[in-house]
Design a binder for this molecule. Structure first.
Ligand code: ADP
Ligand code: MG
Length: 408
């Protein structure tokens, strides 16, 4: 059918025509804002899930909801940045929030104070005052100038929260990719939000990230468990997966035969990103507005090669020979989480020897540890792809040190 009318959205963060299967999280978000509006405390959320399940899309839905309730929204996509860059990025966003809460011409003392605290917060990362110049205030001495991210961020959010509260409005921070927050950044965010709850100030944060964020390190942990729920999102149920395909089609006066939908669920496992890719591919192949199972099967090669060439391939391209062998050995064992010792056995090596390789793959985001001692692929169907891309497992020979050579 016509490419122009193709209603599917196989792109990272692209809002689908039909956002299905997320009613629970959307309901929790409404409740969170409504309770804060009434001056009540409520656990906030960190949404966890693998790549491509729809975390960014869900944050986008939260954004629309919050704007609909006249909240100020601060969006931040976290990257592996140092703490100074984090401070700079967040400072800039908080400044925008301050202006959104009230135009400068109408600033009350509370707003001026918040601006002054924000200026202190940014002085260390903006010594010439380039961006804070517009704030047009002196830095507030004794506030947000402790050279400690947790204390400084707390001061800023308290001041901003008091200003927001004066306006009868709330501020919600939407953080994406929170697994990239450093320990210091994460602890700072948690400490500041904890203060918001204690002081009943109308600032909250909802975040999304890969599953490893749920096992927060160290001191942050006990606080975090009280402050946040960690709902995980994943594959859609069969009924929702079918709706994710059917509803966008119906809006274009097309529809699927039941057998086609069953086949689509079987192929994609209800994984949101795969559903969009499959829907996109089958739309291209089908000539008739009634999409059949045959159309779906005819679209499979295009669907698979698209996934192989983009989604899967980029992950493998960055891997070394040994890392690839590790992944391939895991694929041989199956799609489930695998024990380190089993993978080592399959490669004819020891877990100790392969420990660094496994750690590198986790660090690269190719594997994660759903439970101690196990590792799993961070995207579904990666095992099948690996088998297609690397037909046989080849383990590179162990590098042996020559006699007489100094050890490294
Ligand atoms: N609830 C949903 N129903 C149908 N498709 C969805 C849904 N959520 C996300 N998608 C689609 O899945 C893909 C991945 O979404 P994205 O939000 O980028 O995932 P993540 O941030 O978890 O990696 C996109 O193509 C998007 O259009
Ligand atoms: Mg995302």
């Amino acid at each position: 059918m016509d490419a122009l009318s193709n209603p599917y959205t196989p792109n990272a963060g692209a809002e689908p025509q039909a956002v299905v299967g997320r009613d629970d999280q959307l309901g929790s978000f409404d409740l969170l804002l409504a309770r804060i509006e009434r001056g009540r405390a409520e656990q906030s959320m960190i949404i966890t899930g693998l790549r491509g399940v729809g975390k960014t899309v869900l944050l986008g839905q939260f954004r629309s909801k919050a704007l609909g309730r006249r909240w100020v929204v601060i969006e931040l996509e976290v990257s592996k940045n140092d703490d100074l860059q984090f401070r700079r990025d967040l400072g800039a966003k908080l400044r925008t929030a301050l202006y959104e809460l009230s135009p400068k011409a109408r600033w009350t003392d509370r707003f001026k104070h918040a601006a002054a605290v924000l200026k202190s917060f940014s002085v260390s990362v903006d010594p010439d005052g380039t961006w804070s110049a517009g704030l047009d205030v002196e830095a507030a001495e004794g506030f947000a100038d402790h050279h400690n991210l947790a204390m400084d961020l707390t001061d800023v959010l308290v001041a901003l929260g008091e200003a927001a509260s004066e306006q009868g409005r709330g501020v919600v921070l939407l953080f994406d990719e929170v697994q990239f927050l450093s320990k210091i950044q994460l602890e700072a965010v948690i400490a500041a939000l904890h203060k918001m709850v204690q002081r009943k100030l109308p600032i909250t944060m909802v975040a999304a990230g890969l599953p490893q964020i749920a096992e927060l390190a160290g001191d942050a942990k006990s606080y975090a468990e009280r402050l946040f729920k960690f709902p995980s999102i994943g594959n859609l149920s069969a009924a929702d997966a079918k709706a994710a395909l059917q509803r966008p089609a119906e809006e274009e006066d097309a529809s699927y035969e039941p057998a086609a939908l069953d086949e689509a669920v079987a192929i994609t496992g209800g994984y949101p990103y795969f559903l969009q890719e499959l829907g996109y591919a089958v739309w291209t192949v089908a000539d008739d507005p009634t999409i059949t199972r045959e159309d779906l099967l005819a679209a499979l090669p295009a669907y698979e090669s698209k996934l192989d060439e983009s989604f899967f391939r980029v992950r493998l391209d960055r891997a070394t020979e040994l890392q690839r062998a590790y992944l391939r050995a895991m694929a041989e064992l199956g799609p489930e989480p695998q024990k380190a010792s089993d993978v080592a056995d399959a490669m004819g090596r020891t877990s100790t020897n392969l420990g660094p390789t496994r750690a590198e793959l986790i660090n690269m985001g190719l594997l994660y540890t759903p439970e101690h001692g196990f590792a799993a692929f961070t995207v579904p169907h990666f095992d099948k792809f690996l088998k297609r891309a690397i037909p046989t497992l080849v383990v590179p020979p162990l590098k042996t040190r020559k006699r007489g050579q100094a050890s490294a």
